[in-house]
Design a protein around this ligand. Sequence first.
Ligand SMILES: [Zn+2]
Length: 431
Amino acid sequence: MSPTITRLTDLATRWNIALAHELPAARRLRRELHAAPCLSGHEHPARTRIVEALSDLIVFEQTADAGAVGRTGPADGPAIAVRAELDALPVTELTGASFAAVGGVMHACGHDVHQAAVVALLRAAEHLDLPLGLVGLLQPREESYPSGALEMVEAGVIERHGIAHVIGAHVHPGVARGAVAAGGGFINAAADEIEIRVEGRGGHGAYPHDASDTVAAIAHIALGIPEVVRRTVSPLRPALISVGTLTAGEGAANVLPAEARIFATMRTTDPADRSTLFDAVRAMAERTAAAYGTTATTTRIEGEPALINDAALAAGADDWLARLGVDGAEPMRSLGADDFSYFCDAVPSLMLFAGVETPGEHPQPALHHPRFLPEDDAVDLVARALMAGYLAAAERVLGIAHHRGDIAGSGDTVGSGEKAGSSGAGPDGEG
Ligand SMILES: [Zn+2]
């Protein structure tokens, strides 16, 4: 076993013990946070509560409006960051839990669990003599635009703290309870929105020959979209466009409307497909609209890029999860989206999925469902997943520092000149 692994194994043992002491309070904090959810852009109370739970140990700085960043371990040199999303969803909770939220806002995506896990992990790390900084990223606006992750990256959080890697962990009902899925490469899709507006000459329904039929045009465009996807993107690369909104007319039966609109989400897994597919949809919409004597205007609202996990970090995390006694699982890949991908674009990073499946008579519903409610022990699992991610990232940063001769003998010191992202290949693997 290399000296780096021996040192990190010893750290893992002590961290795990310290974590066990923190978890009862963290589980209580999770219930408190669950009962007081905050919508995207209004996460200030959640941030205040989390910062308060760490106020005796860590000084946080405000960022991205309702976000915050705090660091423990060595104050200088490279750091590994763990991220917790702060926002909840406009969902009316139906879990019936004693700590259920009221008022039409709910932690239906498990972010309360992530927040409590980050608090427990940071608290447990306090007296451990960490080899590299540990940065807590309290991120607002994961569920809405503008992305809180993008704003934190653009605010220079990565450079300011020398963050070499970011680790995220998300609860997921598709992974067996107690297991954690890592997996390198493509994890989540790039998510863009497409709006198509068709305009023509409105008129009387009984005189269609004196008008142009925007309803027929928009209907054929909607039906043509899956065809465009099929003919534009290789079937070996997942991609889709789903029309979520189609509107025309204002309620009358006998009025041909002058305008119709489609609002759709486009999910792609390859950066080139993002523009190629959009261009193909625009061309189809224009030609179809022209065939009906109307015009189409197509616009793209750019969302987050595809989430690509660093393959080496994923393999390392699998090893550390096994050492921590946590079961591994098949990678969770989907055309869902998560703005964690902005961190992956900035530095090689890793998103893990913590299993909260409850099979049987009352299966755990999907994320964002009004009955989605992970058990208390999900806090423990998310904390251990983040710990495994830190250890894998530290192994990589220390290993590279060691290679370069920054570490001499047993008095391990890490070169403070290590730059964020200098420790490996960029997250540009094909999804
Ligand atoms: Zn989420």
